[in-house]
Design a protein around this ligand. Structure first.
Ligand SMILES: *[C@@H]1O[C@H](CO)[C@@H](O)[C@H](O)[C@H]1NC(C)=O
Length: 673
């Protein structure tokens, strides 16, 4: 045993030596000073959309555009909007920039200068909404450092900096130029500069009026942000006037690599945020961790015998081989001493473990990975499950709105004790497993799960919160959703549902109240899954439920096109049941009568009728032509021609009325709901 140990040690030491040697040899070559400075410089004197460099290097997210007319970034993008309220957009440099040296925790030093102007919308079409009041002046612009290049924060006071999907450890920092006073966020007035560290609530605010600067005066303003990473000191000035100067540690709010740029939003009040020019320079310290190019080159030459071609490289090969000899003899001696020491130790304590692995470095968690929440976290987020925070409830439980300590909002589903106990043979472990399965199902049109929470009495799921609310409010509410948005909603929902089905899952609760709209009116499907049955029947159940999902999707499509619910009491008797009415209109070739008249003449009637037909197809009997979601997606993308609908309403189409479809969920009277 002892001699085996000895041999093993020698072997591993040789291995270590082989690994360490090139590094030492490299170090020797480099001499002293392994630290280097990583610098990055960007400069944009304008933002013209016809400049390929700008298009390549500036990434626009949410409602943002490059204005040809002004040569500026504009947030929001008014060219596509009739209503500029509640818009959020970002414009960032497309590539990550090193903002922190993780080895020493020192933030990068940087300087950012940019010129900006807040103007009124040229169209001012949003004036209709507030009846002629002065409705300009919101919400503001922020210079942001953010961890990814795809998130857009919430509109309004969030300045598109953070959204509800952001977890507590979402790293972000911003300097805001805020033109709206939000007392709940501690804003002093409607003209201030703020420093936001990982939260929308500013750690420091400065009254810009004190410096004689009024952001809303329509003039072009210059801002300069200077940060010294090693001193941890920030200076902000507007024009030539310093407005802030103080010590500030950004390091807890930075990842090694961050994206930098601008975000802006509008709320009830609107304005266009123009950014005309931007320059940015950063410098961070780094330690050289890879062999230099020179070493690599000589190695290649050595390997391929190219060294002999030049005397210069010949000498550079000779030198390491001499140092190799010295190195080997020193290492051999060290190993002998080390090994005998170890051998003695081992004899004394036979139980000692031979190898101790170093702790695994804590890898940074992806920002949106679902995690476990504690009861106290959830409780404080919902103010102790306060009734004011209730968003709604159904047979499974109650939904609460919650606010995490960083200001991000979440929706929390708290399963009712009744639901939990009614599940025959259901144990909590299976429910948790279900939650963890569906939380891994990620798609842009499915509501992301932020995490879960469980103790011996409670089971809860934490979802992303969608401030625009559910689709039914938009569809059946006071406002009129334009046709293009409706079409987009139908496509989004089809994509989300199709994805679920492709993962052998079913939604089982498809209805307008379970579809949410995000800040850019993308539709996302919520409250899916929870197929609480045993695994054997699962596949069968999924397939039955998927067919039911398609049926429900069909009715949903009819609702979207007609702008009314599946069952309405305030209409003529023969129109009450939407599905029945739709088929009768099809029979007499009057489908246009189903299209929501409130959309007026802007609707593309041909498209609307095509979509209606797709909806009706989905309500056909399973074995009489009901498509699967994959086909529906193709029909909607106009990739595939639609099969012809039967001229008459199929017999036995309605084993039940669409009125109770919401309860019965298509075919099976969902015993597991
Ligand atoms: C901001 O500064 C202006 C001008 O100095 C002053 O009139 C105003 O009261 C200040 N606002 C606050 C909230 O301090």
């Amino acid at each position: 045993m002892g001699s085996f140990c000895y041999f093993w040690l020698l072997f591993s030491a040789t291995l270590i030596m082989l690994i360490v040697y090139p590094i030492l040899a490299d170090k020797k070559k480099q001499g002293t000073g392994p630290a280097i400075a990583v610098t990055k410089h960007l400069s944009f004197s304008d933002f013209r959309p016809d400049d390929p460099k700008i298009v390549h290097e500036v990434k626009l997210l949410g409602s943002a555009k490059l204005s040809d007319e002004k040569g500026a970034i504009q947030i929001p993008d008014e060219s596509h909007l009739s209503d500029l309220r509640h818009q959020a957009g970002r414009a960032i440099y497309s590539y990550p920039i090193r903002m922190l040296d993780p080895l020493t925790g020192t933030p990068a030093s940087f300087e950012a200068t940019f010129s900006f102007q807040f103007s009124n919308s040229s169209a001012s079409s949003h004036a209709n909404f507030t009846g002629g009041f002065n409705n300009t002046g919101g919400s503001g612009l922020a210079f942001i450092m953010v961890p990814d290049e795809f998130t857009v924060g919430r509109p309004g006071p969030w300045l598109a900096m953070l959204n509800d999907a952001c977890e507590d450890n979402y790293k972000a920092a911003a300097i805001e130029f805020d033109t709206r006073q939000n007392p709940e966020f501690g804003d002093p007035n409607d003209n201030h500069v703020g420093i936001n560290l990982g939260s929308i609530i500013s750690t420091t605010t400065v009254n810009a009026s004190d410096a004689g600067v009024y952001f809303k005066d329509g003039l072009i303003h210059q801002a300069r942000i200077l940060y010294n990473g090693s001193r941890r000191w920030m200076e902000v000035s507007l024009g030539s006037k310093p407005v802030f100067s103080g010590s500030l540690d950004l390091s807890p709010f930075l990842n090694e690599y961050m994206f930098v740029g601008f975000s802006a939003s509008t709320g009830n009040l609107t304005q266009i945020h123009n950014i005309y020019s931007w320059s940015f320079t950063s410098t961070s310290q780094a330690s050289l961790r890879v062999p230099s190019a020179e070493t690599c080159e000589s190695k290649i030459m050595e390997r391929y015998g190219l060294g002999v071609l030049s005397s210069q490289s010949h000498s550079s090969i000779k030198e390491p081989s001499r140092s190799l000899l010295i190195f080997i003899s020193v290492m051999a001696l060290a190993i002998a001493v080390f090994a005998s020491l170890f051998y003695i130790c081992r004899r004394r304590n036979n139980q000692a473990k031979a190898v101790i692995f170093p702790d695994k470095r804590q890898r940074p968690r992806p920002p949106n990975k679902p995690r476990r929440f504690t009861i106290s976290e959830v409780s404080s987020a919902t103010r102790g499950f306060h009734e004011y925070e209730i968003l709604g409830s159904d047979s499974k439980g109650t939904y609460y709105r919650g606010k995490l300590p960083n200001g991000c909002q979440v929706a929390i589903k708290r399963f009712s004790a009744q639901f939990l106990s009614s599940q025959i043979g259901m144990d909590r472990r299976r429910l948790l497993k279900e939650i963890s399965t569906i939380s891994r199902v990620r798609h842009p049109n499915l509501v992301p799960i932020r995490g879960w929470c469980q103790d011996n009495r409670e089971t809860m799921v934490v979802y992303e919160f969608f401030p625009n609310g559910s689709l039914d409010k938009w569809l059946f509410g006071v406002g009129v959703l334009p046709w293009t948005r409706r079409l987009k909603v139908v496509k989004d929902v089809a994509d989300g549902l199709g994805f679920l089905h492709s993962k052998q899952l079913a939604h089982k609760n498809m209805k307008a109240t379970n579809i949410f709209l995000d800040v850019s009116f993308r539709a996302v499907l919520g409250d899916f899954g929870f197929v609480l049955s045993s695994t054997e029947s699962r596949r069968f159940e999924a397939s039955v439920s998927q067919k039911a999902d398609v049926f429900e999707f069909g009715i949903f499509v009819l609702e979207v096109v007609s702008g009314r619910g599946r069952l309405e009491s305030e209409v003529r008797q023969e129109e009450r049941d939407l599905l029945d009415f739709a088929w009768r209109m099809h029979e007499i070739d009057e489908k246009a009568r189903l299209v929501d008249r409130r959309m007026g003449s802007v609707v593309n009637l041909e498209q609307a009728i095509r979509v209606l037909e797709i909806g009706l197809l989905c309500t056909l009997n399973e074995n009489k032509g009901r498509p699967c979601m994959e086909e529906v997606v193709e029909f909607l993308n106009l990739d595939k021609s639609i099969p012809e609908l039967p001229p008459n309403r199929p017999v036995a189409l309605f084993p039940y009325s669409s009125a109770n479809a919401g309860l019965c969920n298509g075919y099976s009277c969902a015993p597991f709901k």
